[in-house]
Design a protein around this ligand. Structure first.
Ligand code: UDP
Ligand code: MN
Length: 251
């Protein structure tokens, strides 16, 4: 049978949130056997996100987990100053640990709300036994960040130029892991304490992944099926920024 994909999306309030989630829901609605776990960075669930989930007709779970105030970026901060999605991805991982113990098959993927997904990436994910990896477009200062393979198909290195000395110099969108791995490593979580750029590496290492047991996919990493596109921060009037600040409680 077709393994289920557990697609984890952290999401936070901003002008383009509904637009990005609507577009993503239309992509995901083409994918069979996909369970969408949406985790809002908020104190409570919002009806606008609930509506998008309902309209998607996808199997889904709607959660919320607010980023602690001292870890939250200000509206005007450049977005790389603090890690994003930590609290939310962890809430989804805990949900998986609690709800899917004994499920035995399935794959977990972290899919941000503003990335672009070719439907072929989902069929690649389903092949994952342990941890799969593939190229990602428009990230790390490159058109494509990708593992570099030997002729025999094993991973020799990565072509990354941004912090290339990381154990896994890859983006969150570049990998998926089997749900059994999540269940057997309940302490593998994201953290605010890891250096910038090391979320992926720390998580994968905590799951016992290394370059040898990682599975290169997408036609031996020759195809780009996911892009780290980023929605431009909306240019808002001063009044609108104040309104947004009031609504989110962040400044
Ligand atoms: N996100 C969040 N809280 C925040 C900032 C971001 O939940 O305070 C979510 C966001 O909606 C997205 C993911 O975390 O799904 C990654 O954030 P973003 O796209 O801003 O990061 P980037 O792509 O620039 O690394
Ligand atoms: Mn993004």
């Amino acid at each position: 049978s077709t393994p289920f994909i557990y697609f984890i999306t952290p999401t936070h309030f901003r002008a383009a949130q509904k637009a990005d989630l609507t577009r993503l829901s239309y992509t995901l609605s083409h994918v069979p056997n996909l369970h969408w776990i949406v985790v809002e960075d908020s104190d409570s669930l919002t009806s606008s996100v609930a509506e998008i989930l309902k309209r998607s007709r996808l199997p889904h779970t709607h959660l919320n987990a607010r980023t602690p105030s001292d870890q939250k970026m200000k509206y005007t901060d450049p977005n790389w100053t603090l890690p994003r999605g930590v609290e939310q991805r962890n809430a989804a991982l805990l949900w998986i640990q609690n709800q899917l113990s004994g499920v035995g098959s399935g794959v977990v993927y972290f899919g941000d709300d503003d990335n672009t997904y070719d439907l072929r990436i989902f069929e690649e994910m389903r092949k994952v036994d342990n941890a799969g990896v593939w190229p990602v477009g428009i990230v790390g200062g490159m058109f494509v960040e990708t593992p570099v393979l030997a002729d025999n198909g094993s991973i020799i290195s990565f072509n990354s130029i941004w912090k290339p000395d990381r154990p896994f110099p890859i983006d969150m969108a570049a990998f998926a892991v089997n749900v059994t791995l999540i269940l057997s490593h309940p302490n593998a979580l994201f953290s605010f304490d890891v250096p910038r750029g090391y979320q992926e590496s720390t998580f994968l290492e905590n799951l016992g992944i290394n370059r040898l047991n990682m599975e290169p996919l997408a036609e031996k990493c020759t195809k780009v099926y996911v892009w780290h596109t980023r929605t431009e921060k909306s240019k808002l009037s001063k009044g609108m920024v104040e309104k947004l600040t009031k609504k989110t409680g962040f400044n």
